[in-house]
Design a protein around this ligand. Sequence first.
Ligand code: SF4
Ligand code: SF4
Length: 368
Amino acid sequence: MGVPLRQQIAVGTYLLKQKLKGVKKYPMVLMLEPLFRCNLACAGCGKIDYPDHILDQRLSVEQCMEAVDECGAPMVSIPGGEPLIHKEMPQIVAGIIARKKYIYLCTNALLLKKKMDDYTPSPYLTFSIHLDGLKERHDASVCQDGVFDRAVEAIKLAVARGFRVTVNCTLFQGETPEDVAEFLDYAMELGIEGATIAPGFSYERAPRQDIFIKGKDTKNLFRGIFKLGKTRNWKLNHSTLYLDFLAGNQNYQCTPWGNPTRNVFGWQKPCYLLSDEGYASSFQELLEDTPWEKYGNSSNPKCAQCMAHCGYEATAVEDMLQHPVKALLTSLRGPRTTGPMVAESTPKWASEKLKSPATLAGIPVKVE
Ligand code: SF4
Ligand code: SF4
C-alpha cells in the first residue's frame, strides 16, 4: 500500500465513527469537479463534450468549501476538466487543507510545472497525474504527441520538491498485461507514492466508443497484470478486495454514494460517471432523493460494464469491514489470478425482458 499510515488512520477513524453512529450511507471521497474545461481532448473522455457556456462555468472557492463541509468525506478528489486551469485552485486547495481533508488533485500535468509554485508540499495534498501508459500509449490515449514527456518532467519536479505524487492510469482496448507491467515498473522508478489503475468507463459522451474494454476481457487483463505483479513491488492505491474484484473474484454491487460528485450543475445523481440522471441541490437531497435501486451493474444497462473505483472501492471497503479475515487473507496472497471467476448476477433488465414478449434481432420470441 502506498497510502501513508497517517492518512490510513484518519480514514479508518472516520469509517469507525460512521459504524458506531449506525450511518448506512456515508461518503468516502468527495468528487469535486469545479470545471469541465480541459486543455486536452482525450478519446475516452466523458467530461468535455459540453457547449462553451458550460465549459466556461466554474465553482467558486465558497461553493467548493460548502461542498466539502456539507459532504464531510475525509478525502477530496478534484478531477475535471483540468483543475489547474481554474484560477482560484490554489485557494480551493488551501481551504481544503485547512479542513484537514486529504486532496487528490487530478491533473494531466501540462500546466503543473508552470503552476507548481502556487502550492506548498503538504501531507494533505497529492498531485494525481494522468498517465495511461508509456510514451506511445499515453500520447495516443490523450490524442496529442509530447504529453507523456511533459507529464514525466512535471512528476520528477514535483517529487524532487517534496510533493506527494501518484499516477492514475486508465486502461483501454489493446492493452496487454506485459505493457501495463512495464508501465507500472517505470512509474514506480519515478519515485511516486503509488498508482491507481482501472478500466475506462464507457461514457456515452466519449468521442470514441470502440476503445473501452468490457466484461470478461477486463477481468482477464487484470488477472494477467496481477500475475506479473507477484514478483514486482508495485504500490497500488486500492484496497486488496477491489483488486480481487477487478480480477473477477468478487461479485459486487456498486456504492455510488461512497464517491458523491459536486460539479457546476449541482450534486450529480447517482455518481461521477452518469451525467444524464439529474442533480440535487444539496448533499442531503442527493442521499434522500436519488433512486439508488435503479443503478448498479445488475439494475441498469448503463452500468453493465462499470468496474470503476469510484463505484466499487467503497463496496470493497465495506466488505473488508464486514469480513476482515477474508480481507486479510486476500491481502496476504494477493488477488487470485487462476481458477473460475465468480458468477455475475443476472441483470434485472435482462430477466424483465425475458418475462415479457422478447425480441431477438427484431423478431418476436416466445418465452415459455
Ligand atoms: S485530461 Fe482528463 S479531463 Fe482532460 S480531456 Fe483528458 S480525460 Fe478529459
Ligand atoms: S455501476 Fe454504479 S458507479 Fe458505475 S456507473 Fe452505475 S451507478 Fe455509477
